[in-house]
Design a protein around this ligand. Structure first.
Ligand code: 0O2
Length: 231
């Protein structure tokens, strides 16, 4: 009579690997995954600190803060798996590091649109930062109306015995752009909007994004008028 096999034994038969080897591999991959996530966390901390330093310096020089808030997020395992699967990439720790640019994300919420470009230039000019890609969704908004400046940067993290370059996705946006993106995400995320209403809702959201963008322009213009009146 054939012996009943448990899950890992069955998997081992299919993949032609001895059960213990398979379990060891899963445990090793798990450890490697946790290690990789700790590197990304370190990289996010490095970038967050760089922006905090720029904010303090700017405040000392111009008596105002260009940054309203900084948010960091590590992509969840589910979200990583989904993106790897969707893009047809092999699911392994090495491949996650090689293929994904946005495992570590830093979102910088700025007061005014010109602060976004100033901060982006200041970050890019730092000699330990390598800018790999910039997507300007402010000058070229997405069809949804989404606006932000996206940068993929590489920053070194210093480990106990080595230095390792890590990629971080930086999203810079104004308070108004963040207000729109957060609400739009809440309204649309995983909601099964009936096809009959989808286009109308998308158009309304896009109109809201344009109103928000005009408000940003007006606020910047008001700040500049105040600065000019004072000088
Ligand atoms: P989450 O949870 O925010 O991370 P890439 O993989 O970078 O080569 P991709 O995925 O097309 O290419 O990147 P893109 O479009 O430059 O930026 C994706 C991220 O921008 C999204 O991340 C959102 O954070 C944000 N984003 C882009 N378009 C929209 C939009 O229409 N509405 C809102 N609210 N946010 C948007 P994730 O992975 O979707 O989610």
């Amino acid at each position: 009579m054939e012996e009943t096999k448990n899950g890992s034994q069955q998997l081992a038969v299919i993949s032609n690997i001895k059960p213990n080897t398979l379990i060891d591999e899963i445990i090793d991959q798990g450890k490697e995954y946790v290690r990789l996530m700790s590197y990304y966390t370190g990289a996010m901390m490095e970038i967050e600190t760089k922006f905090k330093v720029l904010n303090i310096e700017f405040n000392a020089q111009f008596a105002r803060n260009p940054i309203e808030a900084i948010k960091t997020r590590l992509k969840t395992p589910g979200s990583i798996y989904e993106k790897m699967r969707r893009t047809g990439k092999p699911i392994s720790v090495d491949s996650i590091e090689a293929e994904l640019n946005d495992v570590a994300g830093v979102r910088v919420i700025c007061s005014f649109v010109d602060d976004i470009y100033r901060l982006a230039d200041m970050l890019a000019a730092q000699d330990d930062i390598r800018v790999l890609r910039i997507k300007d969704y402010i000058k070229n908004p997405k069809p949804s109306g989404y606006r932000s400046l996206h940068m993929i940067v590489e920053v070194p993290i210093f480990l106990s015995d080595s230095k390792r370059p890590m990629r971080v996705e930086v999203q810079l946006r104004t308070i108004a752009m963040d207000f729109w993106a957060s609400l739009e995400h809440k309204l649309r995320y995983k909601k099964d909007i009936p096809a009959a209403h989808a286009q109308e809702i998308a158009q309304e959201l896009c109109l809201c994004a344009e109103v928000v963008s005009r408000t940003d322009e007006q606020m910047l213009s008001i700040r500049q008028q105040i600065e000019n009146a004072g000088s």
